[in-house]
Design a protein around this ligand. Structure first.
Ligand SMILES: [Zn+2]
Length: 394
């Protein structure tokens, strides 16, 4: 079964209340809906002094801690391995090993795309990052508190079989409780996002697995399909934050389309939020209180109550969408008919689904070779709209 894990940036909901109720979705005292999952980056957590004790009120909440390896690449800042491990033990149920991601930082933010994730590195640098990650794993093994309930997931990287073999063989003897795999550029191509997970499935690791930072509209249904073959498969993303960042309102029933909503003089206006979810139903009853078209300066939008409301609707759409997909994947025929009618890029999605089944039936080596020989593991996905593009790159 697949679960979507919203990545939470500490501070983003702080201080905002509706009818006296705080907005954090993981606590049951929020005004809209409870979803007991979140991912917090140890990098952000340590810096902002985020603690479970202060922020999580209910015992059933699952907090996943990203180790901060990606920030080490993109921001060039590395936190000491032991302090990351101790932060994870104090605040999380699941935490990742502190990896050195095999990507290079490239300063290019054209098209709103962080190219840091677009360029894989040379083999020399790959092996160097692998060795440094291995050294961190040794520290985790030695310093972990045996009484802590923290489950550690062993991070595996590699954008092809050769690199996956190298990294996996180096790390496989650590006795951790699960695995995590890096997502692969291009992010709009669901085939690329399932390679690592299928590699590990083939090695017999079929529970407690996480895929980093992936949630494209084309990819989420494929991850739900992949989830059929795993006990507890998760992936995180912060795509739902487009509400806060761009005043974008995800269309109910179509995740890949959003309505620009709530910017004075720019957006078309509606009297009510066009949705019946818990967030919108609540807000629509008192919509006059919330002036969605007031002129909030661009720099304040991120931190406006309106932005947070739109973001919680968007998050709600992701959660409901995954729930619907998880029900549909039980029957492949019904699922395939569904995606053909709902997605412009359904052919790419169908290829990824068939790739999954090929690996499950005939093993990873066979499936990988077959699809590689056909050139289907190398192609670049054509992204149809700007809407897609935004959703793919968080
Ligand atoms: Zn809604």
């Amino acid at each position: 079964m697949f679960k979507y894990i919203p990545a939470h940036a500490p501070g983003t909901f702080e201080g905002y209340k509706i009818d006296g109720k705080p907005l954090e979705w993981w606590n049951k005292d929020n005004p809209f809906f409870k979803y007991p999952y979140l991912l917090v980056s140890a990098f952000m957590g340590v810096q902002s002094k985020w603690t479970r004790e202060e922020n999580v009120k209910d015992d059933d909440v699952v907090v996943i801690g990203d180790s901060g390896g990606f920030q080490a690449v993109t921001l060039g800042k590395v936190q000491p391995t032991v302090s990351v491990l101790k932060w994870l033990e104090a605040n999380c149920d699941i935490g990742f090993t502190l990896d050195y991601s095999p990507f290079e930082k490239v300063e290019d933010f054209k098209d709103g795309v962080n190219k840091a994730t677009k360029n894989t590195i040379s083999m020399v640098k790959f092996l160097d990052n692998m060795e440094r990650t291995y050294q961190n794993n040794l520290v985790y093994e030695k310093e972990r508190d045996k009484n802590s309930k923290l489950k550690i997931y062993n991070v595996i990287h590699g954008n092809d079989k050769e690199r996956l073999d190298l990294w996996y063989n180096k790390m496989k003897d650590f006795k951790f409780e699960g695995y995590a795999v890096g997502s692969q550029p291009p992010y709009g191509n669901p085939m690329k996002q399932v390679i690592g997970a299928l590699y590990l499935w083939d090695k017999g690791h079929r529970e407690n697995q996480h895929i980093f930072a992936v949630s494209g509209a084309n990819t989420l249904p494929v991850l739900c399909y992949l989830g059929k073959y795993f006990k507890n498969l998760t992936a995180d993303s912060s795509s739902y934050a487009i509400g806060r960042m761009y005043c974008s309102f995800i269309s109910p029933y179509k995740l890949s389309h959003y309505i620009p909503f709530g910017m004075k003089g720019k957006d078309k206006q509606l009297k009510q939020l066009p949705c019946t979810c818990e967030v919108c139903s609540y807000i629509n009853k008192q919509i006059d209180k919330w002036d969605f078209y007031s002129d909030v300066p661009e720099q304040s939008r991120m931190l406006s109550l309106r932005g947070n409301i739109l973001t919680l609707h968007d998050l709600n759409m992701f959660i409901k969408y995954v729930d619907v997909m998880n029900k549909l994947v039980e029957n492949k025929e019904i699922f395939v008919e569904y995606i053909k009618h709902h997605f412009d890029d359904w052919e790419i999605m169908l290829k990824a689904i068939n790739f999954i089944d090929c690996v499950v039936e005939k093993g990873f080596d066979f499936g990988y070779q077959k699809y590689k020989d056909n050139g289907e593991l190398d192609f670049d996905v054509k992204i149809n709209t700007k809407d897609h593009k935004r959703l793919f790159n968080f």
